[in-house]
Design a protein around this ligand. Structure first.
Ligand SMILES: [Zn+2]
Length: 258
């Protein structure tokens, strides 16, 4: 399995360092929103930056690129339809970001919704999905529609069950409190909340998650379940189709205080 080191940044971001299976000291950084913690992690662990993958244009995901490129001349990959610093190679659905000398190869998925051109990178039984799918949640709809986000989440959910999900933020506990507001009887979500609270009390990351778990605890991947439909319809006060179920719980979450 892929070796990946989390680098915490800002209040709750994760920058991921993907280690080459051929030489674990060589790493590819995913969404380096801040350069300082990456420089520190490279120095502390004697690692060599060998590439950068970017999922979307928000500054907390790309803000460190220019500074990293001043010290490391490495290839940068980013979404084809967004304005991104660092002159990245432009990637869209089906393209591959590969690093020959690292034995790393990722296939690109278009996953619009949070931003209009958001992409994910999948390979080696992992997916790096930025701010689209979180553990027990999903990104806010800043530039896309509910319909686009539903399609993007379905695309991610169709990856193999054991695919490790590396998302951009540590939001799991707040997300699970919302999951339980939508589905109070969801035992898997309750048990997962206990597990995540124990991890956070030890200052450990709750992510990566995996697709199998998310299907059980993430209300945004459960819009076809009776319990989620019932909760959304009760909130809306009318019958809803599946995209409307998603839109209602997304809006509910936007105003939810955990
Ligand atoms: Zn974002």
């Amino acid at each position: 399995m892929l070796q990946v080191t989390p680098v915490p940044a800002f209040a709750d971001n994760y920058i991921w360092l993907i280690h080459s299976p051929r030489d674990r000291r060589k790493v590819v950084a995913v969404d380096p929103g801040d350069a300082a913690p990456v420089h520190r992690a490279l120095a502390d662990q004697s690692l060599q930056l060998s590439g950068i993958l970017l999922t979307h244009h928000h500054n907390d995901h790309v803000g460190g690129v220019a500074s990293l490129l001043q010290q490391h001349s490495v290839p940068v990959f980013g979404p084809a339809s967004e304005r991104i610093p660092g002159n990245p190679k432009l990637m869209r659905e089906g393209d591959h970001s590969w690093f020959d000398e690292l034995d790393l190869d990722f296939r690109v998925l278009d996953i619009p919704g949070h931003t209009a051109g958001h992409i994910a990178y999948t390979g080696h039984e992992a997916v790096f999905c930025g701010d689209t799918l979180f553990s027990a949640g999903c990104g806010r709809l800043f530039e896309g529609t509910a319909e686009q986000m539903v399609g993007s989440l379905a695309k991610l959910a169709s990856l193999p069950d054991e695919t490790q999900i590396y998302c951009g933020h540590e939001y799991t506990i707040a997300n699970l409190r919302f999951s339980l507001a939508v589905e109070p009887e969801n035992r898997a979500a309750r048990e997962y909340l206990d597990e995540c609270q124990a991890k956070r009390s030890r200052h450990e990351a709750t992510v990566p998650s995996n697709i199998r778990r998310e299907r059980n605890v993430n209300p945004f991947l459960r819009c076809d379940r009776k319990s989620v439909i019932r909760a959304a319809e009760a909130r809306a006060g009318r019958g809803l189709n599946s995209t409307e179920v998603f839109a209602v719980i997304r809006e509910w979450k936007d105003g939810f205080k955990s």
